[in-house]
Design a protein around this ligand. Structure first.
Ligand code: SME
Length: 147
């Protein structure tokens, strides 16, 4: 699944720098994949926080998230992805808008170090499956080559 989308991203960002690649990926995924309603990249800073660098979708207040807080903050500490089928069942969750029902966060590694993450919100329950995870891991590998 998502072979077509992956090859479009691969070709398009081949000659783009990091910032333009991130912007393209966020906008492309949000516009072209059903149920990817908010797509953003957060990066770690030196103060154990995640800083929102690029996103496409509704404006969010959560531009800085401490490690450990929310789905994003948990991934920053665990170094592993999270898929949440129903955000209403999560105690450690930061709501960006009331329409969001499910979420996926996939860490971004550079030389095996977790430096950030892609975060996608969906207004559909249980939107994210193994195919989404595999696809987003591959997209993050493409992004990590820009670092
Ligand atoms: N829901 C995330 C916060 C980021 S927003 O979805 C843009 C979380 O719980 O970490």
């Amino acid at each position: 699944m998502y072979e077509k989308e992956y090859s479009i991203i691969e070709k398009k960002i081949e000659n783009l720098n990091m910032d333009d690649s991130l912007s393209f990926v966020c906008e492309f995924l949000q516009k072209n994949i059903k149920g990817y309603d908010w797509v953003g990249y957060y990066f770690h800073n030196d103060e154990n926080q995640l800083v929102l660098k690029t996103y496409f979708g509704l404006k969010t207040d959560h531009t800085i998230i401490p490690f450990g807080k929310g789905i994003c903050g948990q991934t920053a500490e665990s170094n592993t992805h999270m898929i949440v089928d129903d955000v209403n069942n999560e105690e450690n969750y930061i709501s960006c808008n009331i329409n969001v029902k499910s979420e996926i966060v996939v860490p971004l590694f550079s030389n095996n170090i977790n430096i950030g993450q892609i975060d996608i919100d969906s207004n559909t329950l249980s939107r994210f499956k193994l195919d989404d995870l595999k696809f987003l891991k591959k997209v993050n590998i493409l992004i990590s080559k820009k670092i």
